[in-house]
Design a protein around this ligand. Structure first.
Ligand code: FEO
Length: 402
């Protein structure tokens, strides 16, 4: 049966959630599923804004038919051509042969790349600032390249002041009845997953997110409709805008330490545990410790974006780095993390390479301050090196508490 929600008069959420999918993009764990949002405006003309993933196509098509109530579909606006949103275009065109597909040049290039059916007779091309009137509701198109793909557009609906924001302001996590962010305890239940979604999926494109923000400055936005997660309205809009501003400028949200360690036999882990207690004794609060072999890197990456200080600790492996640590550091570099305070701990038994390798990767990141002298232990921490660990704890605590 259809499952739709009227978010404002004549504007409906027609999306759905998938709680079965193990990994988003076949990479990122989804312990609480994911929502794929789509919207329809019923006016003198009818318009759908983006489609959904193929996993919920059957429900989605039934939602569309119910919302249309026998009317024809005039427009299908495609803000984002990634398959988690564009999977239903061909089916909609088959069911609604009169529909115009609204997109830009890149949108249509990607439609041709993903679909075999020639849908070019349906194309309705728009450019930056173009407007499309549906009757009472008018849509204005803004390009938002690389938030998160090059074809991405934002649509601003002028009558109600709604921003249809493609992937932006979205989150991992299925919806549970409450569609609006102000209906849930967002801080405790969803913020971590929104951060993990942003940092891992869009994190590399901070400059492009900031550029999109500049375009939107001056618009009166009363509601933000993302393609994933909850809808934002009222005071909550400034809450999520502030988070996005921090994340896209690579500014930490909090002072605190994330410690990511690799450890084959527990000896490097022991150094990190000793350091954490020494930091706590010096008054440092809000520390996170992760085993890179155990915790999926997407969770560690999200916390590295959140906190001011990071400690990376790894043994030498094959005269380089233990490879889960190598891939974590390289992914952080790819995502453009910067402006962090980093401390390094290495471990080796006969030849030291971990600190050199970690330093080389960290040096490729911008605005990184190395805090304290890197500590290199041989096989296991011995009392003779406790003074060096104390000195590192002093340096890290000073950098946080000052
Ligand atoms: Fe949710 Fe970039 O797709």
């Amino acid at each position: 049966m259809h499952n739709i929600y009227e978010i404002l008069p004549d504007i409906y959420w027609i999306g759905g959630s998938d709680r079965r999918l193990e990994r988003f993009e076949n990479m990122f764990p989804l312990p609480n599923g994911v929502a794929y949002n789509s919207y329809i405006i019923i006016d003198e003309k009818t318009a759908i804004l983006d489609t959904v993933d193929s996993s919920i196509s059957a429900l989605y098509q039934s939602n569309i038919e119910h919302a249309l109530g026998g009317r024809k579909l005039d427009f299908l606006v495609i803000n984002h051509m990634e398959p988690d949103h564009c999977a239903n275009i061909e089916e909609i065109v088959r069911r609604h042969p009169e529909v115009k597909i609204v997109g830009n040049q890149k949108t249509f290039q990607f439609i041709k790349q993903y679909y075999s059916l020639d849908m070019s007779s349906h194309y309705y091309e728009v450019k930056e600032g173009d407007e499309l009137s549906l009757g009472k509701h008018k849509l204005r198109f803004y390009t938002a390249p690389m938030v998160h793909w090059p074809e991405v557009m934002f649509v601003y609906e002028l009558t109600e002041g709604i921003l249809f924001a493609a992937d932006a302001f979205g989150s991992f996590g299925a919806l549970a009845g409450n569609i609006f962010a102000d209906e849930v305890d967002y801080d405790s239940s969803f913020l971590d997953e929104a951060r993990r979604y942003y940092t891992n999926i869009v994190g590399r494109y901070g400059a492009q997110v900031q550029a999109a923000f500049k375009k939107l400055a001056g618009l009166k936005i009363n509601m933000i409709c993302s393609l994933h997660g909850h809808i934002w309205r009222g005071d909550n809009i400034s809450y999520i805008m502030d988070k996005y501003d921090h994340w896209s400028r690579y500014e930490p949200e909090k002072k605190g330490v994330v410690m990511a360690y690799a450890s084959m036999y527990g000896n490097t882990e022991n150094v990190v545990n000793c350091l954490a207690l020494k930091l706590a004794q010096r008054g440092v609060k809000d520390m996170r410790i992760y085993d890179v072999s155990k915790t999926h890197p997407s969770y560690i990456i999200a916390d590295v974006f959140k906190y001011s200080n990071v400690v990376f600790a790894s043994p030498t492996y094959n005269m380089h780095l233990y490879f889960p640590m190598d891939s974590l550091l390289r992914e952080l570099a790819v995502l453009g993390i910067r402006n962090r305070k980093v401390s390094l701990i290495g471990n080796h038994t006969w030849a030291s390479a971990a600190i050199k390798s970690m330093t080389e990767i960290v040096k490729t990141m911008k605005d990184i301050e190395i805090v304290g002298n890197p500590l290199d232990i041989t096989s296991s921490l011995k009392p003779e090196q406790e003074a060096e660990l104390d000195a590192l704890a002093d340096a890290i605590s000073r950098s946080i508490l000052n």
